[in-house]
Ligand binder design. Sequence first.
Ligand SMILES: [Zn+2]
Length: 417
Amino acid sequence: MNLPKYSIGVGDRFGLEGAAQLRALQRAASEGVRVVPVWNKSNREHSIIGTRPEDTRRAAEAAVKACGWTDPYYLDADHIGLATVDEYVVPCDFFTIDVADFIGKPVDGPAAQAFVGSMEKFLGSLSIPRMRSPVRVSGELLTAVAQKYLAAISEAGKVYRRIAERKGSGNFVTEISLDEADRPQSPAELFFILAAVAREKIPVQTIAPKFTGEFLKGIDYVGDPGRFNGEFRDDLAVIAHAVAAFGLPSSLKLSVHSGSDKFTLYPLIRQAVEDFDAGLHVKTAGTTWLEEMIGLAESDGDALQLAKDIYADAFTRYEELCRPYVPVIRIDRTRLPAPREVGAWDARQFVETLRHDPSCPRYNIHFRQFVHVSFRVAAEMDGRWTHMLQACRAVIEQNVTMNIYDRHVKPLFAGLR
Ligand SMILES: [Zn+2]
């Protein structure tokens, strides 16, 4: 099962927006660029909302049918490990194996020695075509990579084989994610990590390193875009070289996690992907839920009131709601408006404060990040929430499609072949 060159991870927390998401990709197709959807939902999201992977499968199939989507589509068991993979094996066909927790775990001596020994042919100055400068490969670098990443890649091998035993190898797409690590991986580290992946015989098709800078939920990139650009291009050079050097799948590409809303980076990413003729996977994750909130607010009346009630309840549960997302949010609590203040807003003020339009003076990144992690409150409302989602269908779907197409697909993929 080969993942096409361009793909987008679309999250749909409540399983109602699949058709609106597909319409964005159908529009891209009609304009000449093929981007396939991967519906990703992490174990963390399923447990917060109280859904199961089969629910995501059902929602995806219904959307595909409703839209007459004929290209491939995938269901991603997002950020799973040995402890959580089992219930995803049947409904999913894309597995994001998260091994960040195993980075730096002890590795046994002979395994580390065997790895370093097998990489000795790269010692000295390693020139990778189109990389900005050659990599100086020393015994210390190889040992450091072994000590830091070998246990993690060996764990990925265990998870991969567990899935392959049950699904049959070749019947699913494998991603390895390192993005929730403490420190970014350098392009040189990525090269030798891929060597270790190949030695584990994992047919990895997408890899999500931790890039330099911060990739926070729902807001723009925080960091030095020039530095990101240099490293991202080096990563593309490394991937092309690793495919040839280690016999990895030719479909191997980078996966950008928490990739939604990184508007500053999109022109750089798009140019790099074009220059290197590389593939790309971008996970947009949970921002569809924010479009649902925006759609409710825009609908005014009872729907706006519901959006305000969700915020007011969430406000009193700040620590609880933020806790699962601490590494990927950066909220200044003093910049969150008090629920009483929000209660007095009209529809337009709510929408403008929440919507990611950097040119709008009302846009508040703290409010947006906080609403992003508040979906548990909506999930607990059951009937009132789902009823309103249905009642405001047209406005919400318009927002969902526009967000995926105009803000993400167009700047990232338009004009690529
Ligand atoms: Zn991730």
